[in-house]
Write a protein that binds this ligand. Structure first.
Ligand SMILES: CC(=O)SCCNC(=O)CCNC(=O)[C@H](O)C(C)(C)COP(=O)(O)OP(=O)(O)OC[C@H]1O[C@@H](n2cnc3c(N)ncnc32)[C@H](O)[C@@H]1OP(=O)(O)O
Ligand SMILES: O=C(O)/C=C/CC(=O)O
Length: 252
């Protein structure tokens, strides 16, 4: 396929994730790739996006990417700063946040997320990951969840080693059974394409491939027999403004 601009697979992923956000949303922003994508969105097509970080910074508009939820630039530019219990008890748990934007080290076919440990033995893991933080509550209570993760058989696994944040559990009906109020993951955006849960089974299905990527390549990067939509679309390429905004953020 002919492309008009030079961009990387990571840039394609981040811009696609940014486009999932709209200007009227309140977004609970996770650190890492989700934070980058949300900050691209607010500087391009979604100027009204209300970004919330777990440190209590509501409506923040940082001038550069925060290093962590505790980065002072979040508080300096926020509409207001509230306590962490208020973020969770007042804003998140009653369903006041439209979308949670999360990363994942491992994810399974029902979009359950592991950011805790790699390996079978919790007390002696192969890799100890950053942990849960607020992600389980975000995954439980936001109206919907969007996940951003690089796709490989290491990350997209048949069974996650630890369920940090519940996606769709074991399939249709599991969130309701567990008392999770939000709709759960509605999109998983990767460096290869976009996956969405099947409306009936909740199993992740490839609905879009990025330009130059084949369905077989996405299947090969997935640790289970990936379901594919009847006619997957091709994701729209990033445009000049999106790339320029993204690069100004990541290079500063
Ligand atoms: C609101 C909130 O933010 S709540 C906070 C809760 N925490 C999170 O949400 C974190 C979510 N992000 C993740 O889980 C990410 O995948 C992270 C942080 C583990 C890593 O992300 P990145 O910084 O992009 O690094 P990267 O993917 O290159 O991995 C770094 C290292 O982590 C380890 N690692 C990450 N994923 C895996 C995996 N699936 N299997 C084994 N090791 C892994 C490896 O040691 C890897 O280094 P390597 O690639 O050289 O082997
Ligand atoms: O504690 C959390 O939930 C998130 C931590 C991420 C960070 O420190 O930026």
């Amino acid at each position: 396929m002919t492309t008009t601009l030079d961009y990387t697979a990571d840039e394609m992923m981040t811009v696609t994730a940014a486009r999932s956000l709209t200007t009227d949303m309140a977004c609970f922003v996770g650190i890492g790739l989700p934070s980058t994508a949300a900050n691209v969105a607010v500087r391009t097509h979604a100027p009204g996006l209300w970004m919330i970080y777990e440190s209590g910074t509501l409506g923040t508009r940082p001038d550069s990417l925060p290093l962590s939820i505790g980065d002072g630039i979040l508080a300096e530019t926020a509409d207001t700063v509230v306590s962490v219990p208020e973020v969770f008890n007042y804003w998140l748990q009653p369903g006041r946040i439209d979308v949670g934007f999360l990363g994942a080290a491992q994810i399974d076919r029902y979009a359950n997320i592991n950011t805790t440990v790699i390996g079978d033995d919790y007390s002696d893991p192969k890799v100890r990951l950053p942990g849960a933080g607020g992600a389980p509550e975000i995954a439980a209570n936001c109206k919907e969840v969007i996940v951003i993760a690089r796709q490989s058989t290491r990350a997209f696994v048949e069974a996650v080693d630890f369920v940090t944040s519940v996606g769709h559990g074991k399939g249709a009906g599991d969130r309701e059974r567990l008392g999770l109020t939000g709709r759960g993951p509605t999109r998983v955006i990767t460096n290869l394409g976009v996956l969405e849960p099947d409306p009936s089974t909740r199993e992740l299905t490839l609905v879009s491939v990025h330009p130059g990527v084949t369905v077989d390549e996405v299947r090969a990067a997935t640790g289970w027999d990936l379901q594919v939509a009847a006619e997957p679309t091709t994701t729209t390429e990033p445009d000049t403004k999106e790339l320029s905004v993204l690069r100004s953020l990541t290079n500063s």
